[in-house]
Design a protein around this ligand. Structure first.
Ligand SMILES: NC(=O)c1ccc[n+]([C@@H]2O[C@H](COP(=O)([O-])OP(=O)(O)OC[C@H]3O[C@@H](n4cnc5c(N)ncnc54)[C@H](OP(=O)(O)O)[C@@H]3O)[C@@H](O)[C@H]2O)c1
Length: 272
């Protein structure tokens, strides 16, 4: 892997989890990083670590769902960096819906605003500059949850399905100008997002391993990358599965396990 292929990198959702690990790993090979999230303290600690390891970190403390602040932060990053080689729209929230649930609309709006609106705004904002420069790599972190509707994750699934479609369309528009677009579709990775889950998560992966796999996929210019490979096979089978079998699995098996069974604790509406 030629980890230093990308010199100037912007990552949203960099304060914890996958984004944080990517930032640390790219920092170690000397990248200049612009890191966006809401938690200033986490970002400051991360920046100190990156600066000490040979990278250069700039922090952007911002709520990506507040459009004006968010676009201003992206603009600041664009001006300071004089252009990015790699932009990773990673910020996301897994907020669950429960039924009956008086907070479902609130959860729904926040998930759409972050996982779909802010993610696509990030990519759209930088697509313009990359197209003008005729170089760059745009990355969205979607999910295996975007392949089919998952039980208890209606809003999450919908936003990730939307992001998958957006990335595919965007690729057709910007590829002729030499811009790469990659759709990263993780299975389960051990982060804050999965810490709340109280149901079995097959092939759960540590975040440093996930970062390695993502960086390798970007290095290779992959258009889509679903991992781990066991999950990639499983979701492709599920996608090809006749509706009546998926309905049976969703209702009888996974739905009962997650909605009514061992995972019931994870379904509390907590928009955070
Ligand atoms: N972990 C998994 O198994 C898994 C599987 C599939 C897909 N994914 C996707 O991977 C991405 C990263 O998730 P993760 O697992 O690393 O979760 P995580 O540890 O919870 O990280 C989420 C990041 O998003 C940031 N964020 C949340 N709300 C924000 C807001 N309003 N404005 C700006 N930043 C915000 C968080 O920082 P602040 O709280 O400091 O703002 C944090 O840095 C997400 O898009 C997620 O959907 C994860």
């Amino acid at each position: 892997m030629t980890d230093n292929k990308f010199k100037n990198i912007l990552i949203t959702g960099a304060s914890t989890g996958i984004g944080r690990q990517l930032a640390l790993d790219y920092g170690k090979v000397g990248a200049k990083l612009w890191l966006l999230a809401r938690s200033e303290q986490n970002l400051r600690t991360l920046a100190t670590e990156i600066n000490a390891s040979g990278g250069e970190a700039h922090i952007l403390v911002c709520d990506a769902t507040i459009e004006k602040d968010f676009l201003e932060s992206l603009n600041t990053a664009q001006v300071e960096s004089t252009g990015f080689d790699l932009v990773i729209a990673n910020a996301g929230w897994g907020g669950k819906m429960s039924y009956p649930g008086e907070k479902n609309i609130e959860v729904l709006n926040r998930i759409i605003d972050l996982n779909l609106r802010a993610a696509t705004q990030t990519l759209e904002f930088f697509a313009r500059y990359m197209v003008e420069a005729r170089k760059g790599h745009l990355v969205g972190v979607s999910s295996i949850a975007g392949f089919r509707g998952i039980p208890s994750g209606a809003a999450y699934s919908a936003t990730k399905a939307g992001l998958i479609s957006y990335l595919e369309s965007l690729r057709f528009s910007v590829q002729p100008f030499g811009i790469h677009v990659t759709d990263i579709r993780p299975g389960w990775v051990r982060t804050h997002l999965t810490d709340q889950n109280n149901f079995p998560m097959p092939f759960l992966m540590d975040v440093d391993r996930a970062s390695y796999k993502i960086r390798r996929a970007l290095d290779r210019g992959r258009k889509r990358f679903t991992f781990p490979w066991q999950m990639a096979i499983l979701v492709h089978l599920i996608t090809a599965m006749p509706d009546f079998i998926y309905d049976w699995l969703g209702t009888k098996l996974y739905g009962k396990l997650v909605v009514l069974g061992r995972g019931a604790k994870s379904l509390k509406n907590n928009p955070g």
